[in-house]
Write a protein that binds this ligand. Structure first.
Ligand SMILES: NC(=O)c1ccc[n+]([C@@H]2O[C@H](COP(=O)([O-])OP(=O)(O)OC[C@H]3O[C@@H](n4cnc5c(N)ncnc54)[C@H](O)[C@@H]3O)[C@@H](O)[C@H]2O)c1
Length: 250
């Protein structure tokens, strides 16, 4: 964990996709800083395990308005407000060219990575408006910024959409004291990446990154906590590139 410490005591935080990976690390970091943390995910077993000693797990598919309304309804009943929403749930597809992408895969990845951010944010706004300093942090990606970065077309398009939605929403809610920012990471060494890429593939990726290594989920979580802090209140509508210099090397 970084040396910077924050006091999130009394603040209510919801993190989507918090069962594993970046979301899990962010939820743990908020809890360590004293927040009341809600972990939303579709995967109940790792979700409940990650919530142990951290916060409250809620089964919530971020593409389902019913699930979102139920999960946010529980927070509304308990707290009447939400201080921080972290739209982290998402996932990349198989690397294919545009010609190879099936339309069903296109819709699925847009739904998971972009529509989810729209739905969660739209439905959380009334609760965020009740907070003293509401914050939305979206997980974008280098894949949404750099065209030569090898990701799937729907994933890249969805993440570019997340960056755009971040700006639009930020301008709409700035007057309510709510900031909306995104983080665009690249090559985060999560459990899933360890599963998907063998050691030699991971070493090759690390060599292709100017700083020479993957970043940890905890490093991304540190940016999430900074952007959600009161101290970051003058930054809004930004996408912060945290990619080890990879935007220069692709
Ligand atoms: N890992 C990276 O290198 C990397 C790089 C750039 C951006 N990102 C972005 O960061 C975010 C987190 O990435 P990660 O690598 O930690 O992901 P991950 O695959 O490790 O974890 C994603 C979590 O989201 C959950 N999830 C999936 N679909 C869901 C749904 N419909 N509703 C609710 N939860 C759902 C999964 O169960 C899982 O717990 C994603 O938006 C991803 O696109 C990751």
């Amino acid at each position: 964990m970084p040396d910077v410490t924050y006091d999130y005591a009394g603040r209510v935080v919801a993190v989507t996709g918090a069962a594993i990976g970046i979301g899990k690390a962010a939820a743990a970091a908020f809890a360590a800083a004293g927040a009341d943390v809600y972990l939303f995910d579709i995967d109940e077993t790792p979700g409940s395990q990650s919530a142990a000693g951290v916060g409250t797990f809620m089964r919530c598919d971020v593409t389902s308005t019913d699930d979102i309304d139920r999960a946010l309804g529980t927070i509304a009943e308990s707290h009447g407000r939400l201080d921080v929403l972290v739209n982290n749930a998402g996932g990349f597809g198989v690397q294919r060219t545009t010609a190879e992408v099936h339309v069903d895969e296109w819709h699925r990845l847009l739904q998971l990575n972009l529509t989810s951010v729209f739905l969660m944010s739209q439905r959380a706004l009334p609760l965020l408006r009740n907070a003293e300093a509401g914050r939305i942090i979206n997980l974008g990606s280098l894949a949404g910024q750099v065209s030569s970065y090898k990701a799937s077309p729907p994933y890249s398009a969805a993440k570019a959409g997340v960056h755009a939605l971040t700006r639009v929403l930020a301008s709409e809610v700035a007057g309510d004291g709510i900031t909306v920012n995104a983080i665009a990471p690249s090559a985060v060494l999560t459990e899933r990446i360890v599963q998907l890429r063998d050691e030699s593939e991971r070493a090759a990726t690390a060599r292709s990154i100017p700083v020479g290594r993957y970043q940890s989920p905890e490093e991304v979580a540190a940016w999430v906590l900074f952007l959600a802090s009161r101290e970051a209140g003058f930054a809004t509508g930004q996408t912060i590139a945290v990619n080890g210099g990879r935007h220069m090397s692709q």
